[in-house]
Design a binder for this molecule. Structure first.
Ligand code: DGL
Length: 286
């Protein structure tokens, strides 16, 4: 009887615990949004490493070290699962994190080349992602396994992450970066664009305007949200409450800037707190 209670109490503690999500900045909010839509009663803690953004051009071992410290930060705040809502951090650190934190469930991201390869009719697909994502073994393995029959056109959209971080979702500079990346791909007859960076869903309207309605743009966030739900279901970790979950955001950048951007990005405000890097760890500002 006593043992039953201990197990049940522990399960309900885990169920009530938040989903942990991280990215180098605001990009992972596109994944947060999909998770909220899929599982509104789950609470979420989100960390954006805006002090270190962009991750894309950084060395892999540095991104791994950031990712490990951020995971520790989220686990200290009782995250029941960790979503690496960043293709770049997934490329650099996902395998390492799974080894290092063997009892933690991780959901990572990889460019959605598989669904693109399955659905393309022209056999030509554009992929937009950061340099680190393209260099990683994860991307090479996805391409090898799923895209042997299609031609992929890749672009790193230099500077796009920074424009999106600044809230420039459709200004001249953002448009130029996307024009330069996508127009040559359109000339090669692509019919699908894969968004291999979690920042890019915030510029889907602009991308769609450039490529036209007949080109399919694949945002992987809804599939990631479904995968999170599958793992929570399988592990008995779903929050069964009918109440809406809480969302708490942390940034290593300027919290006021993030607060001011939330209505544009999420359609609502949010609770944001600043965290500082001290050596290799994260500490609250008190
Ligand atoms: N949002 C990140 C991704 O999905 C990367 C942005 C960056 O370069 O920091 O790849």
């Amino acid at each position: 009887m006593m043992a039953d209670c201990v197990i049940l109490c522990r399960m309900s503690t885990i169920s009530n615990s938040p989903i942990g999500i991280f990215d180098s900045g605001i990009g992972g909010l596109s994944v947060l949004q999909a998770i909220r839509a899929q599982m509104p009663s789950e609470s979420i803690i989100y960390f954006g490493d805006q002090e270190h953004i962009p991750y894309g051009p950084r060395p892999m071992d540095q991104i791994r070290s950031f990712s490990e410290s951020i995971t520790n930060f989220l686990l200290e705040r009782k995250a029941k699962i960790v979503v690496v809502a960043c293709n770049t951090a997934s490329a650099a650190a996902l395998r390492y994190l799974r080894e290092k934190f063997a009892d933690v469930q991780f959901v990572g991201m990889e460019p959605a080349v598989k669904p693109a390869a399955e659905r393309t009719r022209t056999g030509k697909v554009g992929v937009l992602a950061t340099p680190a994502t393209f260099q990683g073994a994860l991307y090479a393995s996805v391409v090898e396994r799923f895209a042997s029959d299609v031609v992929l056109f890749q672009d790193t959209c230099n500077g796009l992450v920074q424009q999106i971080e600044q809230g420039n979702l459709n200004g001249a500079e953002t448009r130029k970066i996307l024009d330069d990346a996508l127009r040559p791909m359109l000339e090669k007859d692509i019919d699908t664009v894969v968004l291999g960076c979690t920042h890019y869903p915030f510029v889907i309207p602009l991308i769609q305007e450039i490529v036209g309605e007949t080109v399919r743009v694949i945002d992987p966030a809804p599939s990631v949200a479904k995968q999170v739900q599958r793992l929570l279901d399988a592990g008995g970790m779903v929050n069964e409450s009918k109440a809406e979950g809480r969302v708490k955001l942390y940034t290593s950048g300027d919290p006021d800037v993030l607060i001011s951007q939330l209505p544009l990005l999420l359609g609502e405000g949010g609770d944001v707190e600043q965290v500082k890097w001290v050596d290799d760890s994260l500490a609250m500002i008190s």
